[in-house]
Write a protein that binds this ligand. Structure first.
Ligand code: UN1
Length: 499
């Protein structure tokens, strides 16, 4: 299939892809595949108004009926899985298998949200006063702004949108300016679900905003955007978080990760090698959950590290649409320059480099890079920094407590894991004195989380939770209700106030 075929299969017409100010390049060969129209500030303000109007109607639609729209969205996504998966590969460069996996994640969250639409449960609470009932109820919030990054251009939108919709909130989506085509394709898919749903879906339940940081700023600064869910760099989250906090809006932040694996002396090394390679080089190291730090027990270091070097030297790197390729390109030249500069710094901090290096033979305008392993004498500055590239820093430890200390001594707190067959080590890692991350796994790599769990992490990762478990509560307004069904008016805390 040519690039043009992929765009056509996703329903794009030539006129939609031409004539705008925003150039979209495919990381596969660096060529331009579209020039899209961007939105102006005033158009964004208009979108916010229209989102508010949609909210007035949507919040009155019963939640299980709202779930029906998400069920239809899931059906449409099933029908589009291959086309959208391929478009994801074309626009962000992840291999086709991972493109498909990303769409599957969207289908899964739709299924989850459909069930959730009948389970937006509140509590009943014992009142201290006679003849009184207390309960907690959950209500729609308003317009939900979703900001997503290039590396998961569609799945992150779907976690937020499927949940926001069943919770009664319209969505305005600002995708990364590097991946607007996949967003526009999702909008087409969404519109098909709305058309099948019927008249009780208002217009503008989903609006897609194409543009750069300025229009994103307009979105997050508006007091009429009740929730801002932002996924991306810590730098972006710091700016967005401050703007939303200033107006006391609700923010859900999912930012950088610097994810580690501890491999203990008792680990199953064959399993560990597979998990390490998938999580460190999958998506070319451009997941927020990618494995970046490997903390290896001294007793197995000299077995594990040569084995990894061996696997790395044979990794199939190349066109992500081709079967058998495991490592696609980085998103752009800037990402490759950041990788090179991190490798230079790591070496100047005492690291020994294996692999790395740029590959420019077939596609000179693209940013292919060989994944790198860097053996480090300790956790130096560069190791504490998230570089969005396939770099794996390897360190040695002797006591588990020391390994957990290294794992936690970084500013980020997203995902973590331990490989061990010793239940004491596993439970200590998961205990109050273990990993400080939002995600902590045993005998599984740090990436590839299932949608059923809450997704997010602590410290510079931003503290937000998206996706499964009770993350839906972040998209609703909690209300405490006390009802007096007696003929008296007793005051709480026994206060006497006779008039
Ligand atoms: C991201 O990189 O922003 O856990 C999301 C994972 C995927 C999601 C990653 N389910 O790796």
């Amino acid at each position: 299939m040519t690039f043009q075929d992929i765009l056509t299969a996703s329903g794009f017409t030539q006129s939609e892809l031409e004539g705008g100010a925003l150039d979209v390049h495919t990381p596969i060969d660096g060529s331009r595949i579209a020039s899209l129209q961007t939105h102006s500030d005033s158009q964004v303000l208009d979108m916010i108004v229209r989102g508010g109007t949609a909210f007035e109607t949507w919040r009155k639609v019963p939640a299980p009926r709202r779930g029906e729209l998400v069920r239809l969205l899931g059906e449409e996504l099933r029908a589009e899985k291959e086309n959208l998966g391929r478009l994801v590969t074309l626009e962000c460069g992840k291999i086709y298998q991972e493109g498909l996996g990303e769409v599957q994640e969207m289908i899964d969250i739709c299924d989850f949200a459909v069930g959730l639409s009948r389970q937006l449960y509140g509590l009943t609470i014992a009142s201290e006063r006679p003849g009184h009932a207390m309960r907690e109820t959950w209500h729609p919030m308003g317009v939900c702004g979703v900001i997503s990054a290039f590396n998961f251009p569609v799945a992150v939108w779907s976690w937020n949108t499927a949940i926001a919709l069943v919770c009664g909130n319209p969505v305005i989506w600002k995708p990364s300016e590097k991946t607007p085509l996949t967003a526009l394709s999702c909008k087409k898919i969404f519109d098909r679900a709305v058309a099948r749903f019927g008249d009780d879906a208002p217009d503008d339940l989903l609006q897609v905003l194409v543009g750069g940081r300025e229009v994103g700023d307009t979105l997050v600064s508006s007091p009429d955007v009740a929730i801002v869910s932002a996924t991306g760099s810590t730098r972006m989250g710091r700016a967005v978080g401050a703007k939303v906090a200033e107006r006391f809006g609700r923010c859900i932040l999912e930012l950088g990760g610097n994810n580690a694996m501890i491999v203990t002396g008792s680990a199953d090394l064959e399993m560990a090698v597979r998990a390490i390679v998938f999580s460190a080089v999958g998506t070319a190291g451009q997941r927020c959950t990618s494995l970046r730090r490997l903390i290896v027990h001294e007793s197995i270091y000299d077995t594990l590290v040569p084995r990894l070097k061996d696997v790395y030297s044979g990794l199939p790197i190349g066109n992500p649409l081709e079967e058998g390729v495991l490592v696609g390109p980085l998103i752009d030249a800037g990402a490759r320059a950041a990788m090179q500069s991190a490798l230079d710094q790591a070496q100047s901090e005492g690291g020994t480099l294996h692999g790395g290096g740029t590959l420019a033979d077939t596609y000179p305008d693209a940013a292919y890079a060989a994944p790198a392993i860097v053996e480090m004498p300790g956790q130096s500055d560069i190791v504490k920094h998230e570089t969005f590239a396939p770099i794996l820093y390897v360190m040695k430890y002797s006591e588990l407590e020391e390994a957990i200390g290294i794992q936690n001594a970084v500013p980020q707190g997203l995902s973590s894991c331990i490989f061990t067959t010793d239940v004491r080590e596993a439970e200590e890692f998961l205990s109050d004195v273990g990993s400080d991350c939002g995600i902590a796994n045993v005998n599984i790599g740090p990436s590839g989380a299932e949608i059923g769990g809450a997704f997010g992490g602590e410290k510079e990762t931003g503290g937000g939770r998206e996706s499964g478990s009770d993350a839906w509560k972040g998209y609703m307004r909690r209300q405490t209700n006390t009802v007096n069904y007696s003929r008296e008016l007793p005051l709480a805390q026994g206060i006497k106030f006779d008039i």
